[in-house]
Design a protein around this ligand. Structure first.
Ligand code: F0G
Length: 472
């Protein structure tokens, strides 16, 4: 049996049953498809789950982004949208909410997370400067590279090992920061430190408060700015509460506020933690930086008091931020992820451990040991899950990693994963049982599965639109 000490931390869930702190007021029908229909659909989609029609999907675990169920309070807030072009009431509410919960001084609204990434990258990176980050996120790194930055991974080695049980696999390795500083030939050649909590590509793994303090100290010592991706920071705070000495009795709210206090600014895709379907923002403390960002937001996103969001969207984000910081919400949210993960671990199916915040990450490299990495094992695993039962998941491996801008070769990441991402407040425990059984079926039939060849490859963020065929 599994000896993972962190699994026992889930016992706060298993000792007595927990349940969601909400009940269902409205439902959306979903339907199953036949095997023949799924075979046709995945073939037409070029074996890429991004190219499936949502109507052909039964349980949609493609992403937790924008797929959340809003509360009755959020829907009521939608009716309070002040759709003025300038100075919408909802903007001021969002600004005050961001200041209260995250603690930064200035807010720049954006249409979603990558809008914010675009602006901060353009303003804060000079071509040729290094941008160290804790692993990478696809859109984050691309915007840094498009601005002329050179991304450098400074996450601890443990993060690249799916079986390693380090409780904070999102942590930054300070020695790697020192190495980047040396390579850069001085702090003036480092744009800023770019850290995300939790780390999506590592499997939703958290950073510890101790580590963020160490990074702050390093930045102070060398005079480097420090920006944070707070897309799933409330989830990160849950893990700090669960695992880090001294935080057991602190609330998610208190932990988030302290965490942000060690950084100079942040960006957020509100489509995750903040429980909405669209929205994002950027926040900074520095007045000059804010000025530059406010100049750019009107070029690329919209006026500085809406940034691409409708007034009603900003209202829903503000309410969603409040709800995301409730301890009982977060316990049920991550409790559901744990529930699915524990089912799979009990069947010895290889997943990334410890179980992360927003989904279960299947170790495709291990499951399909016989499929070489350049035949896209995770892409095929996602296709097989869809074929078996209409469950949609996402490749997070060699396809997502893209090509090295210098050599033009595939990047060969150590992690080749399939992400079963759990939308917030959307599916029930029974859906999780169905998912687990589908994974088990595909796992049990792994030996007869072959790899894929890529027959169409887009230049940027290729995973979204690439097409594949089974190898002959
Ligand atoms: N940062 C992180 C950590 C993300 O996970 C995402 C999006 C973004 C930034 C970009 O935000 O989508 O609003 O433009 N992640 C989605 C996902 C797409 O499925 O993980 P966005």
């Amino acid at each position: 049996m599994n000896q993972n000490p962190l699994r026992t931390m889930g016992q706060q869930f298993s000792r007595r049953s927990w349940a969601e702190p909400w009940k269902i007021k409205m439902v959306e029908p979903i339907h199953t498809t036949t095997k023949e229909e799924r075979e046709r659909a995945i073939r037409e989609a070029g074996y890429n789950t991004f190219l499936l029609r949502s109507e052909d999907v039964y349980i949609d675990l493609l992403t937790d982004s924008g797929t959340n169920a809003m509360s009755d309070r959020q829907w009521a807030g939608i009716m309070l949208g002040d759709e003025a072009y300038a100075g919408s009431r909802n903007f001021y509410r969002l600004e005050a909410t961001m200041q209260k919960y995250y603690g930064y001084r200035h807010l720049v609204p954006t249409h979603q997370g990558r809008g914010a990434e675009h602006l901060i990258s353009k303003v804060a990176i000079q071509p040729g400067q290094y941008v160290p980050g804790n692993m990478y996120f696809t859109t984050t790194r691309l915007h840094q590279e498009l601005a002329g930055g050179i991304f450098q991974d400074v996450i601890i080695d443990e993060a690249h090992d799916p079986g390693n049980l380090h409780p904070f696999k999102g942590n930054v390795d300070i020695a790697k920061l020192d190495a980047v500083l040396k390579k850069a030939g001085g702090a003036q050649n480092i744009a800023y430190i770019s850290v995300a909590g939790t780390v999506n590509m590592a499997g939703g793994q958290p950073i510890s408060m101790a580590n963020i303090r160490d990074v702050r100290a390093w930045c102070d010592k060398h005079g480097v700015r420090f920006f944070l991706d707070v897309t799933r920071l409330a989830e990160n705070a849950f893990f700090i509460q669960e695992r880090e000495q001294g935080y057991r009795n602190k609330s998610i709210r208190e932990i988030v506020k302290e965490f942000c206090s060690y950084t100079d600014g942040a960006w957020m895709s509100a489509k995750k933690d903040a429980l909405v379907n669209i929205g994002g923002w950027l926040a900074v403390n520095d007045d000059t930086l804010f000025d530059n960002l406010r100049n750019l937001v009107v070029v690329y996103e919209g006026l500085h008091t809406y940034g691409g969001m409708a007034g009603r969207d900003m209202e829903a984000v503000a309410i969603g931020i409040e709800e995301s910081m409730e301890d009982d919400h977060m316990r049920a949210r991550i409790g559901q992820v744990y529930y699915l993960g524990e089912l799979l671990l009990n069947w010895n199916i290889p997943i990334v451990q410890p179980i992360g915040g927003h989904g279960i990450f299947l170790n495709a490299k291990k499951i399909y040991e016989h499929i070489p990495q350049n035949q896209f094992p995770a892409q095929m695993l996602a296709a097989q899950l869809y074929l078996d039962s209409g469950i949609r998941s996402m490749e997070r491996g060699i396809v997502s990693a893209g090509r090295d801008p210098e050599t033009g070769d595939h990047r060969y990441p150590k992690l080749d994963l399939v992400r079963l991402t759990i939308p917030r407040r959307v599916y029930t425990q029974a859906h999780m049982d169905v998912v687990a059984e589908a994974v088990k079926y595909v796992y049990d039939n792994r030996a007869s599965t072959r790899g894929l060849t890529m027959v169409y490859e887009p230049r940027d963020l290729r995973f979204f639109q690439a097409r594949f065929e089974p190898v002959a």
